[in-house]
Design a protein. Structure first.
Length: 312
C-alpha cells in the first residue's frame, strides 16, 4: 500500500520532449521510497498482530498529525472534494488496509492485492471523469485481476481470502481518492497528508473505542518492535517518503516515477518470507508476478496516455 498520492501537488514545470535519464539522486530517492513503503507493509502486519487494526491506525495518524499539523493551514479550495479525499483516503482506506493485515496470516498476498489501486484508479477515471481507457490499460486490468485470483486460489493463500478481499477494497478506496484528487485544485502533498492524518486520527480512534476491546492491555504489553513500526509508519512513511515523492514529481512526471514504485511489494514479500514466516509457493509467486505485471501494464499505459495528452 502507497502512503502518498503522486497526483496531488502543484503542477510541475513543463517537461522536455525527451526527458533526461534519472539522476543518481533521483534513483536514490526512488529506492528509499520503495524500501520505506515495503518495510511499512511488513510493519503493518507486525503491528496488527499485537494491536487491533483501528487502534494501529489511530496511533499511526496521531503521530503523523503531530508531525504534519504545521502544514495544514488555509486556503482549502473545493472543500467538498477535499472532504471526500480526506474521508475515503483516510479512515476508510487505511481502516480497510489495517483490517486486511490483521486478518491475514501472511503479508505477501495482501500487499500484492492492495496494488490493484492502480487499475482501479484508471477504471474510476474512466467512469467518473470520462478519461480515455486504452486497450493496453484494459488488458492490464484483466491480467492484474487474473493474477491476483490465481494467487488467491493457492491452497495456502486461500486461507487469507477474506484479507485479500478487504485489501482489494482498500485499493478501490485509494483509487477513488486518487481520481477525486485529479479534479481538485492542486494541494501540496504534505498538506494533504496532514489533512488525511487529522481526518483519520479521530475517526479511527472513535471506531476503535466503539468496536474494539482490550486496547489498553494491548498497548501496555506492546513490544519495542511494535512501537518502532508505528513510529516508522507515522514519521518515516507519512512524512519522509511523502517529501521524497513530492520532490520527485516536482522534477519529473508522476508517470515517470510511479512504475518504479511497483517494486515495493517485492520488498514486503522478501521481508515476509525471510523474517515473518510467509509461505511463497510457486502458485503464489506466479500469481503475484502476473498480477504485478498487469498492474505495471496499466501504469505504463496511463503514462503513455498522459504523455500523449501533453503533446496534443
Amino acid at each position: 500500500m502507497t502512503d502518498a498520492n503522486p497526483e496531488v501537488g502543484p503542477a510541475p514545470a513543463p517537461f522536455p520532449a525527451k526527458p533526461h535519464a534519472l539522476t543518481g539522486l533521483e534513483i536514490a530517492a526512488i529506492v528509499a521510497i520503495i524500501v520505506v513503503w515495503g518495510v511499512n507493509n511488513a510493519g503493518a502486519k507486525l503491528a496488527t498482530e499485537h494491536l487491533s487494526p483501528l487502534l494501529v491506525g489511530a496511533i499511526r495518524f496521531g503521530i503523523a498529525s503531530a508531525c504534519l499539523i504545521a502544514f495544514v493551514r488555509p486556503p482549502f479550495p473545493d472543500w467538498r472534494s477535499l472532504m471526500l479525499i480526506v474521508i475515503v483516503g483516510g479512515p476508510i482506506q487505511y481502516g480497510l488496509a489495517y483490517t486486511a493485515y490483521w486478518l491475514a496470516t501472511d503479508v505477501s498476498p495482501v500487499t500484492v492485492a492492495n496494488q490493484l489501486w492502480i487499475p482501479f484508479t484508471t477504471l474510476f477515471a474512466f467512469l467518473i471523469l470520462g478519461e480515455r481507457l486504452s486497450k493496453a490499460a484494459l488488458v492490464g486490468m484483466g491480467v492484474a485481476f487474473v493474477g491476483v485470483a490465481w494467487m488467491t486460489l493457492d491452497a495456502h493463500a486461500l486461507q487469507d481470502w477474506k484479507a485479500i478481499l478487504v485489501a482489494i477494497a482498500a485499493g478501490a478506496a485509494w483509487g477513488v481518492t486518487t481520481v477525486v484528487a485529479r479534479r481538485t485544485t492542486s494541494i501540496p502533498p504534505l498538506k494533504m497528508q496532514g489533512l488525511l492524518a487529522l481526518g483519520a486520527f479521530p475517526v479511527m480512534a472513535f471506531g476503535s473505542a466503539v468496536f474494539e476491546h482490550g486496547q489498553w492491555e494491548a498497548v501496555k504489553t506492546a513490544t519495542p518492535m511494535v512501537w518502532a513500526t508505528l513510529l516508522w509508519a507515522g514519521i518515516v512513511s507519512s512524512v519522509l517518503a511523502t517529501t521524497l515523492l513530492f520532490w520527485l514529481v516536482q522534477r519529473r512526471e508522476a508517470g515517470r516515477v510511479t512504475p518504479y514504485l511497483l517494486v515495493t511489494p517485492v520488498v514486503s514479500m522478501l521481508i515476509g518470507w525471510g523474517f515473518m514466516g510467509d509461505v511463497l509457493t510457486p502458485q503464489i509467486l506466479t500469481g503475484s508476478a502476473i498480477g504485478m505485471g498487469g498492474v505495471a501494464l496499466v501504469a505504463l499505459a496511463e503514462r503513455g496516455l498522459r504523455a500523449g495528452a501533453a503533446k496534443a
